[in-house]
Write a protein that binds this ligand. Structure first.
Ligand code: CO
Length: 497
């Protein structure tokens, strides 16, 4: 019977893989005219996968399996996890799912329009509908404490709004003194990163970095897209995309390392668990912990560039020949409040997330109306980041998430950074001479550790259980704060705060 269950989930994964391939193509190669039919094809396939999974037979099969005493504990965990997902999917009717999908398609088009007009009001009717439908969704799914929990659960299972509020509250106390100390010191010079960096040479360098991390090009590839992303068709075909800005060295390099981190996680999940929960990632927060650990804790560290800077200087001698390693290291870690989340440094970044989280939470609990969201946005940017939002494109319309119907997604970005700092600290403790290995360009010990401690488990544990198992304690913001304080005290040259 377990075999029947595995076969069923494997078939579903086949359909999901096809959906992923069509979505990837849509972002990477599809001609513009193909959009409307592609949207239909994707909807049809999603419907088939949904129907297949939520059928009565699936329910009966799971019901029988859950009482099967012959299952191993991992098998039982898989079945229970699938059962959870099954019960949740059954709470949303086909009509609701279709209506949601239409609202989202519409909202996305309106968001594009609103961005081109640079006008929030064009998007407002869609935002109102989205908030309505998401509130309805939360009601249908159900929650104990807060309606936002139900939405959060899709991205970060078992995480609670109250807990995230607590973490952010903590951050709001601890981060500002560090940012103030940084602001009081002379700003670092980074103009050399904005010179012209040849596209092809950047591309080659990005591929080199991915290989060095251990990304398997026989089970993946990299292409160009508008927004960088990682996508899995199956465990042996995990792809990444990047973008290249000729006048900004940071853009491609750090997105390569970031997506590489996501991809290594996917490539590290055992392929024999295809389609099963044990063949999936745990949550977006844990996923983001992998991308950010590579991007920030490793990719923006001195040992990493001790290994790679010489090569980079040889590729771009005119831009970097006269720039020392220290100067380069400080430049890629420049801290400055800004308007755009995706371009933010690793510290002020979290205020961008906090602002979105607060606004989403208020919209979903009904304490803020959609029509007032822009004013709230602009006020909070002034309050937390001290920046004046000049227009909607650089303000509330900057991110795609809401137009995709993704509410509850943003907090996982911050959680990812906090998990990353905690995991990294443990890795340094457990891997002998990790920093030395990195300095010599050997990233294998780190990857092996991540594979062993995190990747290979798939979704057999909750994020909180994994964190406890790997680090011996629950998620603790202090790791991130200590990492940040130590690093930026050195970079900006202050002794205390
Ligand atoms: Co990411």
């Amino acid at each position: 019977m377990y075999k029947k269950y595995k076969d069923l989930l494997s078939k579903r994964a086949d359909i999901k893989g096809a959906i992923a391939l069509l979505s990837w193509d849509q972002e990477v190669f599809m001609p513009r005219e193909g959009a409307s039919f592609r949207a239909k094809q994707l909807a049809t396939l999603s419907g088939i996968a949904h129907e297949m999974f939520t059928s009565q037979q699936t329910g009966e099969l799971l019901e029988q399996l859950i009482h099967d005493r012959l299952l191993s504990s991992d098998e039982l965990k898989n079945v229970k996890e699938t059962m959870n997902e099954f019960s949740k999917s059954r709470k949303l009717s086909k009509e609701f799912v279709e209506k949601r999908s239409e609202t989202i398609s519409d909202a996305f088009q309106n968001w594009l329009k609103a961005r081109s007009f640079n006008d929030f009001k064009t998007f407002l009717p869609s935002l109102e509908k989205l908030v309505d439908i998401k509130r309805k969704e939360a009601e249908l799914i159900g929650f104990d404490e807060h309606p936002y929990d139900a939405l959060l659960d899709e991205y970060e299972p078992d995480e609670k709004t109250s807990n995230i509020s607590k973490v952010f509250e903590d951050l709001r106390q601890k981060l500002p003194p560090l940012l103030k100390a940084i602001k009081d010191m002379p700003q670092v010079e980074d103009r050399f990163l904005k010179k012209k960096y040849d596209k092809d040479k950047q591309w080659e360098f990005g591929l080199y970095l991915l290989k060095q991390m251990g990304y398997d090009f026989d089970a993946g590839r990299q292409d160009i897209s508008e927004h960088p992303f990682t996508i899995t068709f199956n465990p042996l075909d995990v792809r990444v995309t990047t973008r290249i800005n000729e006048n900004d060295f940071n853009n491609m390099t750090f997105s390569c390392i970031h997506e590489g981190g996501h991809a290594l996680y996917e490539q590290g999940i055992p392929s024999s668990n295809y389609g099963l929960p044990s063949g999936e990632s745990i949550s977006l927060g844990v996923h983001e912990s992998q991308s950010r650990l590579w991007e920030n804790n490793i990719g923006r560290s001195l040992p990493y560039w001790k290994a790679n800077y010489g090569k980079l200087q040889n590729i771009f001698p005119t831009n970097l020949g006269h720039v020392t390693l220290q100067e380069f290291y400080r430049a890629i870690n420049k801290v400055q409040s800004s308007l755009i989340r995706t371009e933010a440094d690793e510290l002020t970044y979290h205020f961008h997330i906090m602002i979105r989280f607060e606004i989403e939470k208020m919209l979903i609990e009904g304490t803020l109306e959609a029509k007032d969201a822009r004013d709230m946005w602009n006020d909070l940017y002034d309050k937390y980041l001290g920046v004046k939002v000049p227009d909607d494109k650089n303000g509330i319309l900057q991110d795609i998430h809401w137009s995709h119907g993704s509410f509850g997604y943003f907090p996982t970005y911050s959680l990812g950074s906090f998990y990353a700092a905690q995991f990294h600290e443990k890795a340094k403790e457990e891997i002998s001479d990790l920093q030395l290995e990195i300095t010599s360009g050997n990233l294998t010990p780190l990857l092996t550790w991540l594979r062993e401690k995190i990747h290979r488990h798939g979704k057999l544990y909750k994020a909180s259980e994994l964190c406890q198992m790997v680090t011996g304690e629950p998620l603790n913001l202090d790791y991130f704060m200590r990492y940040a304080e130590k690093k930026y005290m050195k970079i900006y040259g202050f002794k205390k705060m």
